[in-house]
Design a protein around this ligand. Structure first.
Ligand code: TNX
Length: 562
């Protein structure tokens, strides 16, 4: 280049630059043509998160081309499987595969129902001749598609890729979840997330083969679900006048506390709720709504003052710690209210389970309330905590009369619960262990392993402000939800759940950062409990983040790089 350059005069340089432009033009045409016909090579070894039950790799690969067809059974739910496949392959081919009623001998993707597999189980066979997916029901096929997504070469994940052929390593994967309940809770009360953001959260869950979205819809700081019979809940209860800036000191507030003086609010209309439930169903995710009762109630009390013991007019809460102002279980009107709310909730959510919260409910207001005293007398309740047990049992009877089951945080155990209630254990696993011992069904969600509002690193100065705590990736991964239980009691543990409380998570960018990659570790606890291995997981995780990158998800690097 030097020698050529020296022999050139100014005209030569111009000619050279011109030639470069022409060469650049030709090169880009060539690149375009070649990328259209481009074949992306298979990447090995196969790396799937959460870890499949067995993976047997073959030699060579299957060349999936954009012209190959796909065959889906007519059984219920497979339409959604087809949509999921389209979502996975459209980025690379720019169009979905053609659906056919019969497949040629070679090539293409064939889905089949298989009676001997459980609903969520699947067998994915990639041979030189094609892809065959067997599953107990559509859910299993959906999970096979999520696995297939992770078998694609990196280039195929890029929505700009435009390729004709992708190589997929030949492999036989037999897979099924270790646990039936693989959940994520999102708190939309402390900070609100739009329908679109909620849908993106559901996408994240689907990628990780998670199947229960627990939607925390009400709390002291905001009521986020439209209830037609009680319009003030959203007119008044969905907006707080201002929000605390920085960390909540707890206890008394003084002039050192600063507030963002802009009103903050948001809620979902019933139509939007239906849209989310439908979107989740197409990803084989059940949505469990949570309506907090009898604590975490200030937004409801601000909307209808007659729901509290004193009838005072409150403001929607602007700070974060536990509040004494709770529903009055002494008054009949409180039960009429909660049943009216749950009537509409049950219409919107087909989920068998309805979450009624039950956590952190101080009894201070009840102590001085004549209605509560009267209730204790007539119901022969000896202590104030018994009032919560009474209120919970009443709501449970109401839900059961409508064919639903009550689920609540582990505090519901203190009031004495019926054997049919499902207990969500958050204060360690002890509540869950106790519940399982007495035969209640349990979801394990202890703060020590499942609270994704906690810091991911000890170097908190370099992190966005968080609740506190320390929950690194490795610790999430180490969680054993069955520890300390015998075989009989283990059957009561339905699964695990990650919780994203959002006091200090103001936007969806940060929500993703707190969720990822820890969600993948918890997904592996739920799906692959019997086959966990942290080093192997980290190797596979490094491949999974290609998908995070391609999808534009924001994620933390802690645990990935170090
Ligand atoms: C406890 S866990 C709560 C939430 C907070 C969370 C913060 C539970 C049932 N209640 O109200 O947001 O801690 O980590």
């Amino acid at each position: 280049m030097n020698r050529d350059g020296q022999s050139r005069g100014r005209g030569g340089l111009r000619r050279f630059a011109g030639a470069l432009t022409v060469a650049g033009f030709v090169a880009s045409i060539l690149l375009l043509v070649s990328s259209c016909g481009r074949r992306l090579e298979a990447e090995r070894p196969v790396a799937v998160v959460p870890c499949p039950e067995t993976v047997v790799e073959g030699e060579g690969s299957f060349h999936l081309t954009e012209r190959m067809p796909c065959l889906l059974p007519d059984e219920a739910g497979y339409e959604a499987v087809g949509e999921a496949l389209d979502e996975v392959l459209t980025p690379c081919f720019q169009h979905p595969l053609t659906r056919v009623r019969r497949l040629p001998v070679r090539g293409g993707i064939r889905f089949e129902c298989c009676d001997t597999l459980a609903d969520e189980a699947y067998r994915l066979e990639v041979t030189h001749d094609g892809i065959r997916i067997l599953s107990g029901a559509a859910a299993g096929a959906f999970y096979a598609v999520q696995t297939l997504r992770q078998l694609l070469p990196s280039g195929a994940l890029d929505p700009e890729s435009r390729v004709r052929t992708v190589e997929i390593p030949t492999v036989v994967i037999v897979d099924r979840p270790a646990m039936a309940y693989r959940g994520l809770m999102l708190d939309v009360a402390r900070h609100f997330f739009t329908v679109d953001e909620v849908k993106r959260t559901l996408d994240l869950m689907a990628l990780h083969k998670m199947n229960v979205f627990h939607w925390h819809l009400t709390d002291d700081q905001g009521w986020r679900i439209e209830i037609r019979r009680y319009p003030e809940l959203t007119r008044v209860g969905s907006v707080r006048r201002r929000t605390l800036i920085g960390k909540d000191p707890g206890g008394e507030y003084d002039e050192t506390c600063r507030y963002d003086e802009t009103p903050y609010g948001g809620y979902y209309t019933q139509e939007q709720i239906r849209e989310v439930v439908e979107y989740a169903a197409r990803r084989f995710i059940t949505v469990i709504p949570e309506i907090e009762f009898p604590g975490h109630a200030v937004a409801a009390l601000a909307s209808y003052p007659w729901l509290s013991c004193t009838g005072e007019r409150y403001e929607v809460r602007q700070t974060w710690d536990i509040d004494d102002r709770v529903f009055c279980p002494g008054r009949e009107s409180t039960f009429e209210f909660i049943e009216g709310v749950l009537d509409e909730v049950m219409e919107l959510f087909p989920s068998e389970w309805i979450h009624i919260g039950g956590d952190e409910c101080p009894t201070k207001m009840w102590a001085g309330c004549p209605h509560c005293r009267e209730r204790m007398r007539t119901e022969e309740i000896s202590d104030l905590r018994g009032l919560q047990g009474y209120a919970t049992a009443r709501v449970e009877r109401f839900l059961q009369a409508h064919g639903r089951q009550l689920i609540g945080w582990d505090e519901i155990l203190e009031g004495g619960v019926t054997p049919t209630a499902v207990v969500m254990s958050w204060r360690g696993t002890e509540g869950g262990v106790r519940a399982a011992r007495q035969g209640n069904r349990v979801v394990m969600s202890p703060s020590t392993y499942c609270y994704f509002d906690y810091y991911q690193t000890e170097d908190t100065d370099s992190e966005p402000l968080a609740w506190g705590g320390f929950l690194p990736l490795e610790r999430v991964y180490a969680f054993d939800p069955l520890e300390g239980l015998d075989a009989g009691e283990r059957c009561c543990v339905l699964g695990v759940q990650a919780n994203l409380w959002t006091e200090y998570i103001p936007d969806f960018d940060q929500a993703q950062y707190m969720l990822l990659p820890r969600l993948s570790a918890l997904a592996e606890v739920g799906w692959s409990l019997d086959r966990k291995n942290y080093d192997d997981y980290r190797r596979r995780l490094r491949r999974l983040i290609r998908i995070y990158d391609a999808a534009g998800y924001r994620y933390a690097r802690h645990g990935i790089d170090d």
